[in-house]
Design a protein around this ligand. Structure first.
Ligand SMILES: *Cc1c(COP(=O)(O)O)cnc(C)c1O
Length: 369
């Protein structure tokens, strides 16, 4: 049997490059607490992401969680269930109530035709997700947010380096939260960031990621510990040098998949969005059993038998998690339910061989016989 192909493989720089980047720490002994690597990465990311401000954190989840805390919100947050556990958990862990909006069947992002009806006098914010790097309907979300005076916090974990209409994706909404987890397009091993315009929000985040300590003798908020350490920031500095090249290689992989799977009846691929510079973060495929001739489960199993790990991403929906004890009705998000039962994300990383893509597609297409 051929080698196992995992769904993703973390990007890492040459070992020598990383060693060179961290060598100065043996002189400074500055390992964490907003040291020189942290400052350098913060500055470089402002430039690369095309945003005014970046606050670095331990991970993408704390970016979401502390942004909500920094905004001092109460009541309901409208979000979608077709996402990673983190989005919904960040809301619930802040004592806020998630209200689930359905998703668009083409982009899998928040269906803005269904959004306004969910606004109540208890709504305080909207937390949409740029799923798979697909950009949300930012204009309509902005219109509704302004009309009802709501905060908008984007879960931008999948959109590192993307632009929409030439503007950095992190410059939309009140805040955008990125993940730099090992599995993402850009990683700092573990890490995350918030992009924002309001300097007051930035100051609150800076304190909250360090226990709420404000100056030497004042603790003004009940913060957490979510500071990015110097070794992670150094990994980020190295990976940032190569990220454009990595995205270029991902593009070739995605194009190869499309050659094989586009126009196959019963397979829906990710939408190509005009005015978006994509980052090729994921390759989702939706299998409609009747037209394709095999179910998502059959394709998943057949791939696994051949040493290829695909992922049911996102399944199950967050509004069905046992952790929520039946508080939410999944039938209120029928499109999300439909997609979550049929989607597989296929292996995708910069160094995935194109011959392996051919092999994966052959296994998939053989399922219908
Ligand atoms: C990865 C991810 C997160 C969480 O980021 P971590 O860095 O793993 O904490 C949040 N939302 C989405 C959509 C993600 O994919």
């Amino acid at each position: 049997m051929a080698d196992t192909i995992l769904v993703t493989r973390s990007s890492i720089p040459a070992m020598e490059e990383y060693i060179e980047e961290i060598a100065s720490m043996w002189e400074t002994h500055w390992l964490t607490n907003m040291g020189p690597k942290h400052k350098d990465l913060q500055q470089q990311l402002c430039g690369y992401l095309g945003v005014e401000n970046v606050e670095l954190l331990t991970n993408g989840h704390m970016a979401l969680e502390l942004t909500l805390q920094a905004m001092n919100l109460q009541g309901e947050v409208i979000t979608t269930p077709f996402t990673f556990a983190s989005t919904t958990h960040a809301i619930v862990r802040n004592g806020l109530t998630p209200v689930f909006c359905d998703i668009d069947p083409i982009t899998f992002t928040m269906d803005t035709d269904k959004l306004e009806k969910l606004v109540t006098d208890r709504t305080c914010a909207i937390m949409p997700v740029h799923v798979y790097g697909n950009v949300c309907n930012v204009e309509e979300i902005d219109r509704i947010a302004k009309k009802y005076n709501l905060k908008v916090i984007y879960d931008a974990a999948h959109t590192f380096g993307e632009t929409y209409q030439g503007k950095g994706i992190g410059s939309y909404g009140d805040a955008s939260c990125f993940s730099f987890h090992a599995t993402k397009v850009f990683n700092t091993i573990e890490g995350g960031a918030v992009c924002f315009t309001d300097k007051g929000l930035g100051e609150a985040l800076y304190d909250l990621k360090n226990f709420g300590i404000h100056g030497q003798e004042e603790v003004s908020a009940v913060g957490a510990n979510a500071k990015m350490n110097e070794f992670c920031a150094a990994m980020g500095l190295c990976n940032l040098r190569h990220v454009e090249e990595e995205i270029g290689k991902r593009k070739l992989v995605v194009e190869r998949y499309r050659e094989h799977l586009e126009n196959v009846p019963g397979i829906q691929l990710n939408a190509v969005q005009p005015e978006v510079k994509p980052n090729y973060a994921y390759f989702p495929a939706i299998f409609e059993e009747k037209q394709f001739g095999a179910s998502r489960e059959e394709v998943f199993t057949k791939l696994a038998e051949n040493g290829v790990s695909a992922r049911k991403y996102f399944y199950p929906l967050t509004n069905t998690f046992t952790a929520f004890h039946g508080q939410f009705d999944v039938n209120e998000t029928p499109t999300a339910l439909h997609i979550s039962k049929r989607v597989l994300t296929l292996p995708l990383y910069a160094d995935l061989e194109l011959e392996d893509v051919d092999r994966i597609c052959k296994i998939i297409l053989n399922c219908k016989n």
